[in-house]
Design a protein around this ligand. Structure first.
Ligand code: SF4
Length: 382
């Protein structure tokens, strides 16, 4: 009504899914679990005027707990899972280079996948079939984790807290829902909606203690954390691909050459004697520019990371907005610092991931992995 027309910021027109989450929390029959994306930890404190030092991951978990979720998990866990699947897929494509669709493009950004499907449909099969961390998490939560809890998938409401508005679209795509429940991810909230929920729950930010994610789906590595920054998916994948080929870890920072602020970065990295030509792109204008050059045959790559938002998810459309301030780079630095300080910096060393393969998935690209963790974007209805 009137309010909406006169709202100068457009905030009132924004979709609000927080009511759905509160309804699930109030429902005694539902187990409500939250997964929190890497980039959210770099921005949630801005909603309360906290400095980077004050807005710790532990306080974020503690705040989320006060909303009433039964379990608080980390999308870093499924980012590590994405690396296991996508890293093996890259090596498989590289080894059949003649008949494999190359370059392989990352597929974890739904803004980019949608752009690709509408603007460059001939390249859709070049997208990695690995689902995004959000969707891998939902699929695992409602199968493997439902088994651990001893409940059927419909008893779990899976909520994702994302830096992103396009994730709401992604979780509604019928073809990414494979757990047998209606949806693998039931509700996707933005960082802004999360902040709104913390306010509505009157969480006292000044007295928050440090808390830890729940296990096992709350265990993540530094490689998972950097998914939230441009170049992070590429770097995490290269760290593990090197290990998959050689059986030895590279230095955790050996591939830091892919980091940076430019919207298009091109690098050639060496994986045990095989040169991999890679590009890292953020912003859809840059993506269009790169795709035009790829389709004219002017450039050729093996592996390309594309994120629709400038600076990657750190600068995502669901993050807090500050007039005239662009914080993607600063938030990205926070993610790189968290990676640097992590005990675990390689996705393949995440003990919860190792266990999930042992007990449930078998191995990367197994039959079960294909069933639950991969999708063909060409078949999407939305
Ligand atoms: Fe969403 Fe932007 Fe991240 Fe893409 S880059 S997943 S659109 S926040």
């Amino acid at each position: 009504g009137q309010c909406i027309t006169h709202c100068p910021t457009g905030a009132l027109r924004e979709r609000n899914d927080t009511v759905k989450v509160m309804d699930a929390i109030m429902d005694p029959d539902q187990i409500v679990i939250a997964q929190i994306a890497p980039a959210v930890r770099a921005a949630w404190g801005e909603g309360f005027g906290l400095s980077t030092e004050q807005a710790t991951v532990g306080k974020m978990v503690s705040a989320a707990r006060q909303i009433g979720f039964d379990y608080i998990f980390d999308t870093d866990f499924s980012a590590d899972l994405t690396i296991m699947e996508e890293g093996h897929e890259l090596l498989e494509r590289l080894s059949h280079e003649k008949d494999a669709k190359m370059p392989m493009f990352t597929s974890c950004c739904p803004g980019w996948v949608r752009f690709m499907r509408s603007q460059f449909p001939d390249y859709v099969d070049n997208l990695s079939t690995a689902k995004s961390p959000q969707q891998m998490f939902g699929a695992i939560a409602k199968t493997y984790y439902a088994d651990i809890l001893g409940v059927t998938p419909d008893k779990i409401t899976c909520v994702s807290i994302m830096p992103c508005t396009a994730k709401k679209y992604e979780c509604a795509v019928p073809q990414v829902n494979d757990s047998g429940a209606d949806r693998d991810v039931d509700v996707s909230l933005t960082t802004r909606e999360f902040i709104r929920m913390l306010r509505a729950a009157q969480v006292n930010i000044d007295t928050l203690e440090e808390d830890a994610f729940d296990e096992p789906l709350g265990i993540g590595t530094g490689a998972g954390v950097i998914f939230g920054a441009t170049g992070g998916v590429m770097e995490a994948a290269l760290r593990s691909a090197y290990y998959f080929v050689t059986g030895k870890n590279p230095g955790a920072d050996d591939f830091s050459i892919v980091r940076g602020e430019d919207g298009i970065r091109e690098v050639t990295v060496d994986i045990a004697g095989t040169p991999v030509h890679a590009a890292v792109v953020s912003g859809l204008g840059n993506a269009r520019n790169l795709m035009e050059r790829v389709s004219r045959g002017e450039v050729s790559y093996d592996f390309v990371e594309v994120m629709a938002c400038p600076g990657g998810c750190a600068g995502g459309g669901g993050q807090p907005i500050h007039d005239g301030l662009e914080l993607a780079c600063q938030r990205g630095q926070k993610l790189y610092a968290l990676d640097k300080g992590s005990q675990l910096r390689f996705s393949h060393e995440n003990p919860a991931i190792v266990q999930a393969y042992d007990k449930f998935l078998d191995r990367p690209l197994s039959h079960k992995s294909h069933e639950l963790l991969h999708t063909r974007q060409a078949e999407w209805d939305l």
